[in-house]
Design a protein around this ligand. Structure first.
Ligand code: SME
Length: 166
């Protein structure tokens, strides 16, 4: 699909996320800053969170920072859920109606649609951004591009952190 123009709000959020990545002392703090900003500024992002692959068990996603209802899905094998499917497919998954998708693991009864965007560092998937909406078909090509840009910033941050650790 051709590149879409992002909304002014999305462009300003990306600029903020870049500033956050330049300043965050830890990945956890960067995740926290990002989920708070997304949840506050984009009204249809009703559950916003990170899942990261467990370095000791790379077939399992582990819940990171999130804003929204508590979820029982704290660890998700990559063989399960829309979250797992995005890791296996190696690409963003958008589900317009979660109730028609047999892969869907329910977090809130109010969720209608979901987007899961992989995060890559050094070419490998290391985690993902997961967003649920209470509105059906809430996520457009613009959301996909916006969140893929945000995921690239987080992946770049992780690469730099790994570089500093050696
Ligand atoms: N719905 C996700 C599980 C995570 S919760 O939405 C927070 C899935 O199907 O993988």
């Amino acid at each position: 699909m051709p590149a879409q123009k992002l909304t002014p709000e999305m462009n300003s959020l990306l600029a903020r996320i870049r500033e956050m990545a330049a300043a965050a002392p830890t990945l956890d703090e960067l995740e926290r800053d990002i989920v708070e900003a997304l949840a506050e500024r984009i009204p249809y992002y009703d559950w916003t969170g990170f899942y990261m692959l467990d370095p000791d068990e790379p077939e399992t996603l582990v819940l990171g920072c999130f804003v929204g209802e508590l979820t029982s899905h704290v660890r998700i094998p990559v063989s399960e859920g829309i979250c797992g499917a995005a890791v296996v497919a190696g690409e963003t998954i958008v589900v317009d109606d979660v109730h028609t998708d047999p892969r869907y693991l329910s977090c809130s009864l109010r969720t209608k649609s979901e987007i899961v965007v992989p995060i890559r560092a050094r070419g490998k998937i290391v985690g993902e951004i997961d967003i649920d909406s209470h509105s059906p078909a809430a996520f457009t090509q613009m959301d996909r591009e916006f969140l893929e840009n945000a995921a690239r910033i987080v992946g770049g941050y992780m690469e730099e952190q790994a570089g500093r650790a050696v």
